[in-house]
Design a protein around this ligand. Sequence first.
Ligand code: N01
Length: 543
Amino acid sequence: MDKYDVVIVGAGFAGMYGLHKLRSQGLKVKVFEAGSDVGGTWYWNRYPGARCDVPSIEYSFGFSDELEQEWDWPEVFSAQPDILRYANHVADRFDLRKDIAFNSRVSEVLFMEETGVWRIKSGESYQCQARFCVMATGCLSVPNTPAINGADQFQGQVLHTGRWPKEQVDLSGKKVGVIGTGSSGVQAIPELARMSGHLYVYQRSPVYTVPANRKAMREEVQQEFRRNYREIRQLQQHNFGGVSNFRLTESVRRSKADRPDQAAPPKILGLSEQDRNDLVAQKGLGVLLSFADVYSDTEANEVANRLFREGISQIVEDQEVAEGLMPNDYGLGCKRQVLDRDYYETFNRSDVSLVNLQHTPIDKITRDGIRTSAGDQELDVLIYATGFDAMTGALLKSNVVGKNGLALKDKWEFGPAAYLGLQVSGFPNLFMVTGPGSPSVLCNMLVAIEQHINWIGDCIKHLDGKGYSRIEPTKLAEEEWVAHVNQVAEGTMYTAPSCNSWYLGANIPGKPRIFMPYVGGYPQYKARCDEIVESGYEGFAIN
Ligand code: N01
């Protein structure tokens, strides 16, 4: 059996940096990846319109000066093909592929009691062992395809935004149905409308979405970023969500939009109705997200929700359709903010129909299309934009079994319990990258990933340097951390009783309702991780 110091599961950005970092520490590392190439989320989510909602400069690695200096970002917010090109460049530049097994889905990760190492199975029959195992499996990597009656009967083409094919998909002249209006659906729908004959949007919950930034990257802006990367990375470390909000110097700024608003965000409740309306008229619906009280005060939240609904009715011409697109049973800030390009405007097209599932629910999927309570609609193509089994899905799918034969799925029967989102008690030397209980999806993922990989690298160095062989959290430390994670989420819009989001596992039937990411902010989280190391790995049992 092949023996490694570290096996990493997944070759997305976390697995890629993990490989580079741990290999550079002299460790023998192997990565297993289910896809045929690197990129993780950006490898699988190739649907039309897919792009990142974090600025390109921020959504990039900070560990290599050379990499920062040589890479050109064509747009301020990158589209999926550009991010995937970047991932490929990183793989080439750091010669990562030689230690990655592609098309290799890990089917079991088993702790061997006698030897204290992990045995990893992949594909049909391959097995290897490693002293440490790093689960770099991603937070949004297991697509959710809801069990809808009759789904297997449909004779047309079936696609999922989270598993979009590499080959060109020809939708021209076709009747296309898309189920789901989260971030993926909202990004895809305007593009699908342009590509297809007629698009039917099956919407269960309307979203609050605001226009995304569409700017191309100007050369002088890119140069300015290049000159200031060290400062940008420093600023990221002190920002709640891991973004620097770096300010361009006056000479490089061209428009007001380049100029971040320095004033403290006002409270929406402090403004008159006229002032609120004027602001929305001037700056668009996005301005409603900038009021601090919208996220902490239910009255302020409802004012913003109402203004948002009014805004929709001004963009969408058919008022019945506009009404259907208005969220009515949850508030801004409950779900991950969605950004779009022409989403509401798309519903003014004559070749786009909104099917409001709150009024006419899906009865079944038939051979020829979808039957709702309003009748049958024939479709040539059915697209699921129905999201993911988030945060825990990929970890549980990997069949991880720890000490005393305890399966992770049994340990997490009532919800994920982990210390710092990095380790789970009963699973020695197994690390998660951006696991539940860490800022992860509430942070710039690249910043969260680098912090975790650096922490894991230092931890292994510490163990090896001191001649230790095992680390795992104590049950007490794990319980206290989980209690802290819950406590900081309490009272926020994320956990409002009306809120049903994937952050809470509410999108997957039967999944325990637990708020999974850490909402205390990246700087506070990182400071705690650093403190724990300085105190000699407080809360961990090491031997
Ligand atoms: O998934 P979602 P997503 N019948 O779970 C609907 C990241 N991301 O892939 O709300 C009918 O948000 C469901 O309806 P409801 C980002 O973090 C980022 O869109 O459950 N409908 C909802 O409308 C994001 O938050 C970017 O009532 C059903 C939709 O499917 C996360 O990924 C881009 C249904 C799922 O929405 C997930 O986004 C894309 C059913 N049985 C993704 N089941 C950017 O960076 C589910 N739905 C911009």
